[in-house]
Design a protein around this ligand. Structure first.
Ligand code: B12
Ligand code: SF4
Length: 528
């Protein structure tokens, strides 16, 4: 049996100190809950240290490792958390060289070799790691664990990429019990959560579209896999038993298979559990449908977020939105959600790869006119793992590899946009918030009415004042690290990036995840 400590780093660097801090998304991290579940299922002892809601505190990590004495420390990382992952790898190895330190999640999956070169990690897990991580805890030979990169005699070895898990119902329930609901009750942003404590949940994995700014394929591959409606209802029952009263759905395209989404809602209704939930990740506008939204509402869903991104159809087409998504569809989707009594939240991006000043103005004017209850603008960052990152890297347009700055509220120039200066994009983000929220009487009135109707008016007022006082972008991403001078340095400027895994691949096959002798099929490459 292995003793495992899983760590979710702090979000203060990416959300603290900017307008975004009013929507700091603090809830149990699903990636860790799912790998923990499988490891527990196989008899290992697992603890989770979640630093998301507070400052990065290396002393706390040190004492937790010293007290718990884990055999394995695992860290999850999106790109802005990568430097904390590097720091934890150094810190853990300073405590004991025999602790195995491993990483996984979006960033390590996007740059596995570079992640090993930039840290003291022993192993990087790429893509879904539910099975791979527990095989590692079980003590399998590294060469037999599919889906990892590891060091061997000063070389980096890859065991290839795993095929996606076909039947998600085979996975154990996420180990939400490793999180203390009280923490999430205290730290929740009341703009995001109506009935704290909330947890994160997933009913499906993957997406079949190819937006160039999106990194979801790097972990979940191209394709769409769903849990059965009964299993989804069972998960709702489980989280409720554990004390959670709300959940946020992480699915990329939950409503795209409308028939199945309705069945999921019906199964939740059948449980008789009164739970609130929201589709947190942007759903597709063309999936909007009156019956679907009415059923979502009945099942407890009170907010859907739409990934509008742009107010210009040509831009939507050029960056690869795909499907039938259009500006007009977006308008209809918002109307339908509101008619069903569901709040409509909008995500918009500025500085999209095909954007010009004109199209950014169109996006702002579109957002201003949509009857949204909430909206969010961000800079289109070329995140590692996205087709955009590959294209920009190939053209030499990536200007910074300072991972702390990689978030959508950054004000540091990370890349050169083909058309627009970075400052111009930043100015438009500021302008966007002023035009759509601060100086938009229609929005303020709508939000006030909603606040009175839902009893959330004073929360709105509190966050509104905070929003006005905070800067749009984050000027103080400074994290106090344990041993920055000890981090291995990898010079991205002169090194050639190995981005072969950036082809958007469909890794779907029938292979069973537990067959350790399987060989990865050559990826069916499709151009990004
Ligand atoms: C929920 C979510 C969030 C949540 C929680 C993030 C988290 N740490 O899990 C919140 C709201 C906080 C968030 C914030 C951001 N997110 Co986000 N988020 C998602 C989303 C929609 C779902 C993630 C999820 O829970 N999936 C379900 C679980 C089961 O999958 P998983 O997390 O990938 O975990 C599996 C594997 O990756 C692996 N794994 C994960 N961690 C570990 C750790 C170890 C030790 C091991 C062995 C394995 C392992 O095993 C898991 C099981 O198979 C994804 C989109 C997507 N489809 O992936 C974007 C995504 C991860 N986010 C992204 C981005 C860009 C961000 C932000 C940077 C945006 C911003 N504000 O600038 C911030 C970063 C904030 C921060 N400080 O981390 C990008 C990642 C790009 C990148 N290069 O990092 C994604 C892919 C979105 C996209 N479409 O491009 N996000
Ligand atoms: S942003 Fe585009 S590619 Fe990414 S999950 Fe959403 S629809 Fe799919």
């Amino acid at each position: 049996m292995s003793k495992v400590l899983l760590i979710n780093p702090s979000y203060q660097g990416s959300y603290g100190g900017a307008k975004a801090s009013i929507v700091n998304p603090i809830q149990p991290t699903l990636g860790l809950a799912t790998i923990a579940a499988m490891a527990l299922h196989r008899g290992h002892q697992v603890e989770i240290l979640d630093m998301s809601w507070r400052r990065y505190n290396y002393q706390e990590i040190q004492s937790r490792i010293s007290n718990f004495k884990p055999d394995i420390v695992g860290v999850t990382a999106t790109t802005p958390l990568m430097n904390q992952l590097r720091d934890i790898s150094v810190l853990a190895k300073d405590i004991s060289k025999s602790i195995k330190v491993v990483g996984g999640g979006s960033h390590p999956s996007a740059l596995p070799e570079e992640t090993l070169k930039e840290s003291l990690l022993d192993v990087v897990f790429v893509g879904e790691a539910d099975y791979a991580f527990s095989e590692f805890c079980d003590g399998w030979e590294l060469r037999d664990i599919k889906g990892i990169y590891y060091r061997a005699d000063d070389k980096i070895v890859s065991t290839g990429w795993r095929t996606p898990i076909n039947n998600l119902d085979d996975l154990p329930m996420p180990a939400w019990e490793l999180y203390d609901p009280e923490v999430y009750k205290r730290s929740a942003s009341r703009l995001l959560i109506r009935r704290p404590p909330a947890t994160m949940a997933e009913f499906s994995r993957g997406c079949v579209f190819k937006c160039d700014f999106c990194a979801s394929k790097i972990t979940m591959a191209l394709g769409y896999r769903k849990k059965s409606p009964e299993r989804c209802a069972e998960e709702v029952r489980r989280m409720y038993q554990l004390g959670f009263r709300e959940f946020m759905l992480a699915d990329d395209i939950f409503t795209s298979d409308q028939k199945w989404a309705i069945q999921v809602c019906e199964a939740i209704i059948k449980t008789g559990i009164d739970i609130a939930w929201s589709c947190t990740n942007g759903i597709r506008v063309e999936s909007a449908d009156n019956t679907l939204f009415t059923t979502l509402r009945k099942a407890g869903c009170y907010r859907v977020s739409f990934g509008f991104e742009s107010g210009n159809d040509a831009v939507l087409k050029k960056f690869g939105k795909g499907g039938r998504a259009s500006v007009e569809q977006g308008r209809q989707a918002v109307q339908m959600a509101r008619a069903a009594g569901i709040d409509a939240n909008g995500f918009f991006l500025l500085g999209l790869s095909p954007d010009t000043e004109e199209t950014m103005k169109e996006t702002i004017s579109y957002a201003r006119k949509l009857p949204l209850d909430m909206l969010k603008f961000g800079i289109t960052v070329a995140f590692p793992g996205t087709p955009m990152f590959k294209v920009y890297a190939d053209k030499g347009l990536i200007k910074s590899f300072e991972w702390d700055d990689y978030h959508i509220y950054t004000e540091r120039p990370l890349f050169s946009h083909p058309e627009l200066s970075y400052d111009k994009i930043l100015n438009y983000v500021d302008l966007a918030y002023r035009h759509t929220i601060l100086f938009n009487p229609a929005y303020i009135l709508r939000r006030a009415r909603r606040g009175i109707r839902t009893g959330e008016f004073f929360w709105d007022l509190y966050y509104f004042l905070k929003f006005i006082l905070m800067p749009s972008t984050n000027k103080s991403a400074a994290v106090m690290y344990y041993g920055k001078s000890k981090w291995p340095v990898w010079d991205f400027r002169i090194a050639k990036l190995n981005l072969s895994q950036y082809q958007i691949v469909s890794r779907e096959t029938d292979m069973q995840p537990s067959d350790k002798h399987q060989v990865s099929p050559p990826p069916a490459l499709e151009s990004a």
